[in-house]
Design a binder for this molecule. Sequence first.
Ligand SMILES: NC(=O)c1ccc[n+]([C@@H]2O[C@H](COP(=O)([O-])OP(=O)(O)OC[C@H]3O[C@@H](n4cnc5c(N)ncnc54)[C@H](OP(=O)(O)O)[C@@H]3O)[C@@H](O)[C@H]2O)c1
Length: 304
Amino acid sequence: MKAIQINEYGDESVLNYTDVKRPEPQADEILVKVQAASVNPVDWKIRDGKGEDFGMKLPLILGADFAGTVDEIGSSIKKIKIGDAVYGKILLGCYAEYVIVKADELSLKPETLDFENASSIPMGALTSWQAIFDTAHLKSGQKILIHAASGGVGSMAVQLAKAKGAYVIGTASGKNKDFVKSLGADEFIDYTSTNFEDVVQDIDVVYDTIGGETHERSFQVLKEGGFLVSIVKQPSEKLLNEYKIKGGIIASVPNPKQLEEITELVEKGQIKTEIEKVFPLSEAAKAQKLSKEGHVRGKIILVP
Ligand SMILES: NC(=O)c1ccc[n+]([C@@H]2O[C@H](COP(=O)([O-])OP(=O)(O)OC[C@H]3O[C@@H](n4cnc5c(N)ncnc54)[C@H](OP(=O)(O)O)[C@@H]3O)[C@@H](O)[C@H]2O)c1
């Protein structure tokens, strides 16, 4: 099968579009024919060298989000059938014509979406679910500030928080104002012209998808007892204590039950998708370059 494989860490030039052996499912595994894979920042972070920190062994096939059709199943797989249209989030292997996944790493794809749009959802939606609901315990009526509300993660977070009944404030640059409002955000802050801490306060939950000084400036907008949940940086214990707030960082994990609930929201029209650009798999280098520039609206998709 064709795949994008790396044999060393480095820039886009280490991405090889090459022939590799098609994997065979073990008893508890499912072989999915990938119809679309979305690009996530973690893909190029692993490529740049994070893979080594994560203890990964080269060569690696990148790619964490997939949508496709079940091609083969192992002998102990019960609920999933050959031919089912599925989607999910793993960590590696999706930049390929076929990928091996476990039964608890996928769900049936929303019937209302094609494969490209379906592949744009799992990482962003599962990460946001686990950050804002499981970790920060966002409740109906609470105020949440979502950084990078136009990105792959933030765009899902805005819609999940709205579905929960929260009051949502999203940040991005001005060109994304209409998009973020169309996702349901109650307020929009253009980070290129306004410091969010000058215009918001008494926030219940800040969702930090940016890190750096955005993370540092986020403590001061939270109300006492509020929650700073990050997916990129561990909040400082000292500052959490100083501001009398709670906080933490999460690393998202596959969760088929949550993905089924997300599927329901998609099918009810409460979550929509946004695709910035679709590339053939062979052009993964161009796709990752665009992702790394940091201004994608929604997701970039690769099609094998
Ligand atoms: N811990 C985990 O489990 C986990 C899971 C998923 C992702 N992540 C991490 O979370 C981060 C975000 O991921 P993503 O997929 O959402 O990235 P992304 O889609 O590439 O984010 C791009 C968006 O960020 C916006 N943006 C850039 N700088 C901004 C700023 N200073 N303030 C507000 N918005 C800004 C851009 O809007 P403009 O074009 O308008 O600037 C753009 O729409 C990445 O670092 C990723 O690795 C972690």
